[in-house]
Design a protein around this ligand. Sequence first.
Ligand code: NAD
Length: 478
Amino acid sequence: MQTANLINGQWTHGGGDTFGVINPADDQLLAEVPMSGRQETLAAIDAASEALAPWQERTARDRADVLHELSRLLLEQAPRIGRILTMEQGKPMAESLGEIGYAASFLDWAAEEGCRIYGDTIPASSNNKRILVLKQPVGVTGAITPWNFPVAMITRKLGPALAAGCTQVIKPAEDTPLSALALGELACEAGVPPGVINIITGDPVAISDAMLGDPRLRKLSFTGSTEVGRILMQKASTNLTRLSLELGGHAPLIVFDDADLDIAVAGTLACKFRNMGQTCISANRFIVHDSIHDAFIQKLQDSVSALVVGNGLHEGVHVGPLINDPAIEKVQQHVDTAVASGATLVCGGSTTPIESMSDRFYQPTILMDVTPEMLICQEETFGPIVPVVRFTEDDEAVRLANATPYGLAAYFFTNDASRVIRVSEALEYGIVGVNDGAPSTAQAPFGGVKHSGYGREGGRYVMDEYLETKYVSWQFTD
Ligand code: NAD
């Protein structure tokens, strides 16, 4: 298992402080990795700056070939890297393999988009002039990523950055650096030149300060909490560093009276219990029509009771441990405060003991009689909890859904075509799933509005995040 920083194609421990990476399922110490700071970040930016010109000079097809090779290696080694991912993050092995496929798809998609970076010609105002619009790589970029999708959140940034001709310095989350370092090893094997990808583990404040304090780093792409996104936005003002901010969510899921309840329950399972509810697009508030409320809860309870909680490395497990102790405390607080304010526990509601394991396994939980002012309806929970609120009128459901500063993903279930259009347009979110609990895919522009940030990752749109637009106004001299 790789445990060093990758700087300029070299694996370096640096000889300084380290920090431990723990398996959340059983508290086993998996590895010690470098506690890097300013010095290592500047060395990584030096390397990324040196590597920039030769990388840009390669053809787009040449860069695409390297990215496709990285994708191929990632898929080939999915069982090994998936195991590292499950051990450091907790998600079931089947989901880790799914994440690796998803991560590889961003590399392949971006590789092809990089070959289609088109400029423009624009008619000029006099016939002895021509206007050419060029799309050029931003330069050295940074990526700061979260622990919930430790491989895919990197490739969603790395793929388009490299395809566009940029180089990158990556700081993975402290909880999950090992799968990121494993990805770095594959990048070297795939032929990514030294300095084009650099990965440093360590102190988030020191590393991000060094990134945003250095004018050579022209763009930072961050995925994480809204709180940290705000801090980075303030610090980015020093060098006017370009930002993409993929931040927190608080997704509503509406079940209308005409919904197919089997599809609504399947969508709920997909978007609530995947990754133990720790995804930014996890549904966090369930807004269910009065007339089908009891039937929905019954069907959901039947399905939830079949979910197996346990160590993600074990066959047949659907729900692993939450990432750390504060995560368990937050989930318990959301459940307890809801129950104390009148919510009814349908099932779950506490951690569940598992032999020889940590106490971070939370039972899949359903709460009904939830009201919008409860804490669980105000904050992102990041856990396997389904809080259900009733509604009677469509307008009321949309108003409840939009009553949050967040705007990442929203879901609704209906078979009424005009409602599909009306509600999709009224929801103040960057992503809307209609009868679909799993809308994320490499070809779509993933991202949020309001306090969920800005910028889009995926699809053709992501390339703009790593490109500058320049125009050349050319006057003939003869
Ligand atoms: P986090 O903001 O605590 O951490 C994210 C990254 O920021 C980590 O690498 C961390 O080391 C770093 N960081 C932490 N404090 C920092 C600071 N003061 N300065 C600079 N960097 C700092 O978030 P998290 O707990 O790792 O991830 C969960 C959050 O991420 C949730 O809110 C979730 O919704 C969000 N998320 C959003 C998306 C999206 O695409 N919108 C995807 C996944 C996760």
